[in-house]
Design a protein around this ligand. Structure first.
Ligand SMILES: [Zn+2]
Length: 172
């Protein structure tokens, strides 16, 4: 099925995200929920790493295999509200995740970014999160052809298992 709109070069077409983006009703904060449920729910919430002030969580509606988010524990929505110590740890953990993902799934590149506000495309408003999206040459074509929600969700559990095991084996 072709995309219903022109996709700019380098931007992944991820049709399964539509169900998520179109959900109506009051939106709870999935990040605060993952923090509140604690480490014992990390498999269910797809949290892969808990640091001092930030954590990392797999994206359930990934743009690509290995798409995760690095998030401050505190529910803050702007860069200005992020403390210096949180900023420092955010970049440490983003850097580490690129290293571990590189070791695990061998991407050829990364998109790293933050969407602030609805106009910028933020899916979860009010709780800042930094996307880490592994990229491969030609992955836009691959994901268009092979992007089925079921396949993605099954591989998410396996990625969670492998990535958490790897992070445990290589503590910092
Ligand atoms: Zn929150």
């Amino acid at each position: 099925m072709p995309p219903p709109y022109a996709t700019p070069p380098g931007i992944l077409w991820a049709p399964w995200r539509n169900a998520y983006l179109r959900r109506s009703g009051p939106r709870r904060c999935i990040f605060c929920e993952a923090v509140t449920r604690g480490p014992r729910a990390d498999r269910a919430t797809q949290v892969v790493y808990r640091g001092r002030e930030v954590f990392a969580i797999l994206n359930r509606y990934p743009y690509n295999n290995g798409h995760l988010m690095v998030v401050p524990y505190r529910h803050v929505g702007t860069l200005a509200q992020v403390r210096a110590s949180e900023h420092a740890e955010l970049w440490q953990v983003i850097t580490r995740m690129t290293e571990e993902l590189t070791g695990l799934i061998r991407p050829q590149g990364f998109n790293i970014g933050v969407n602030i506000g609805r106009a910028a495309g933020a899916g979860i408003l009010g709780h800042l999160h930094f996307h880490v999206v592994p990229r491969w040459l030609g992955d836009t074509n691959f994901m268009t052809a092979a992007g089925h929600t079921k396949v993605i969700s099954e591989s998410l559990d396996e990625l969670h298992r492998q990535l958490t095991a790897r992070l445990r084996r290589r503590p910092r």
